[in-house]
Design a protein around this ligand. Structure first.
Ligand SMILES: Cc1cc2nc3c(=O)[nH]c(=O)nc-3n(C[C@H](O)[C@H](O)[C@H](O)COP(=O)(O)OP(=O)(O)OC[C@H]3O[C@@H](n4cnc5c(N)ncnc54)[C@H](O)[C@@H]3O)c2cc1C
Length: 465
């Protein structure tokens, strides 16, 4: 990275608001939370004799705690939590934890049966069969089987042909069933539960909290969303593959957001239908009461957005997310957008323009071809009043690439493009905002890490959970 002395004026920094928790702090808190019930049982002197039994107990109790965290800490829909940890961080840990949870639950009966297998291998299968078919284990076996099916569905969700909405519904309802069955198993068969009332009470209370969170998302939240109607102002093609949707507040209610945040939009005709999709706001807060969005034509829902009628009622749940300029002290900003990722990025740029921000801002904007590029005239216009340089990155480059007013690069966003963006500046205290499809965000984040950009300087929003 070029770390020459800062050579140009740095404008006023945006107001400091709330600072989101870092990914590593989240992981630390998460690990402490999932170990807490076992630690509590240990401190209370409920430990079981023998290291192997203790290990199995630790894994079982931590597995239960992990599942409860999936509903609460890592739910992605609880504002009070997400505004502190960021929905992207939360979903990243949720997805990874889900995989470990599946392994842990899958191994659970086998780990319990292992000592008997070692002592009397010839009876091992019989023992396992008795364990699986005993009436006492029934709820545990149901929870075990259902969890494995649900986790496999989550991992393969893009390949099994189920619509995203159907998958999400199955995921929520299915896991409510799993947590209730698993809690019953823990308090009836689980060693601590069987002998200690307070452990039963703990699991039942935590299970109730988990189920309440789902009930809140499905039944209570839509009620407040229904009181915040918007109407469609316009929906037109913004590029060969993207819609540009504008909606407007249609009642007198408070709605504020920070540039870069996203909302869940429901165009189904009822605020109570769970047919909602997350989209990032592409307009700046100054455009309120209107909100605009860049929406890529991707699947069954986004392909039919052109059917939206002017004046049609829609509902907005939000704003959410911490992909904003808040609580940052950057002296320069690199914005890295892939495809529809330009949505929140143009929102941030518009906000910076409205604030007359004079810091160096570098936009690196990737697409497959020129027909997918949006806002080119606006970007040229912005560069007249802002310290903004835009580099277009394309896989298929036409002969006249890059267009006048832009820098250009053929291929993908790579180290050299990012390094070139900071030329002439000390980029040590710059922030890097990445937004685009998941593989693009991951690849660019890795490139930034290879360039020794501290994780605390990287903010990202993935267009998918
Ligand atoms: C925080 C966030 C912000 C986003 N911002 C934008 C944006 O500004 N512009 C944009 O074009 N796209 C954005 N997306 C992605 C957008 O939500 C999906 O592309 C869209 O919902 C696809 O719906 P579909 O039915 O047309 O496509 P499908 O082919 O059904 O889905 C494609 C993929 O989109 C995701 N997806 C689909 N439906 C939903 C849903 N209801 N909820 C969550 N994810 C879903 C899934 O990962 C799915 O695999 C964002 C996603 C997230 C998580």
């Amino acid at each position: 990275m070029n770390n020459k002395l800062l050579t140009r004026d740095v404008g006023q920094l945006p107001a400091i608001k709330r600072s989101p928790m870092s990914f590593y702090s989240l992981v630390t808190i998460y690990i402490m939370l999932i170990l807490a019930p076992w630690a509590l049982s240990y401190i209370e002197g409920l430990q079981i004799r023998g290291w192997y039994e203790e290990l199995v107990t630790l894994l079982s109790i931590s597995g239960m705690a992990m599942m409860l965290c999936q509903f609460t800490l890592l739910n992605g829909r609880v504002d009070a939590i997400n505004s502190r940890i960021g929905v992207d961080n939360s979903m990243r840990v949720h997805n990874k934890a889900g995989e470990y949870l599946a392994i842990l639950f899958f191994l659970h009966p086998f780990l319990i049966g292992l000592p008997r297998f070692i002592v009397a291998p010839s009876f091992a299968l019989d023992n396992l069969w008795i364990m699986f078919t005993s009436a006492e284990s029934a709820t545990g076996v149901y929870a075990w089987s259902l969890l494995i099916v649900l986790v496999l569905m989550a991992i393969k969700k893009n390949k099994i042909g189920l619509s995203y909405e159907a998958w999400r519904y199955t995921h929520s309802v299915g896991f409510v069933a799993v947590i209730i069955l698993a809690t019953h198993h823990a308090v009836t068969v689980g060693r601590h539960g069987r002998y200690n009332l307070w452990f039963d009470v703990l699991w039942i209370a935590l299970c109730a909290v988990a189920v309440s969170v789902v009930a809140y998302v499905y039944f209570i939240r839509p009620r407040s969303v229904s009181k915040r109607p918007f109407t469609v102002v316009d929906c037109h093609k913004g590029s060969a593959d993207d819609w540009y949707l504008t909606i407007k507040k249609d009642a007198d209610f408070q709605f504020e957001f920070d540039a870069g945040q996203f909302v869940w939009i429901n165009t189904s005709g009822s605020a109570f239908k769970r047919n909602e999709h997350p989209f990032s706001i592409a307009s700046s807060p100054r455009s309120l009461p209107e909100l605009s969005f860049v929406i890529r034509n991707l699947g069954d829902y986004t392909k039919q957005l052109g059917k939206l009628q002017t004046g049609q009622r829609v509902w907005v749940d939000g704003p959410h997310g911490v992909f904003t300029l808040n609580a940052r002290n950057a002296q320069g900003i690199v914005l890295l957008a892939g495809g529809a990722g330009i949505g929140p990025i143009i929102g941030i740029l518009r906000d910076l323009k409205n604030r007359a921000d004079t810091r160096p801002i570098r936009l690196i904007y990737g697409n497959r071809n020129m027909a997918q590029m949006m806002f080119l005239d606006e970007l040229i216009d912005m560069a007249k009043n802002m310290n903004l340089v835009t580099t277009l990155v394309l896989n298929d480059t036409p002969d006249d690439f890059p267009p006048i007013g832009f820098q250009g690069h053929k291929g993908f966003i790579n180290q050299s493009v990012i390094e070139a963006s900071g030329e002439g500046y000390n980029t040590q205290n710059w922030d890097y905002y990445i937004c685009g499809p998941q593989p693009m965000v991951k690849a660019v984040e890795t490139t930034l890490q290879q360039l020794d950009i501290p994780q605390s300087r990287i903010l990202y929003e993935q267009l998918g959970f």
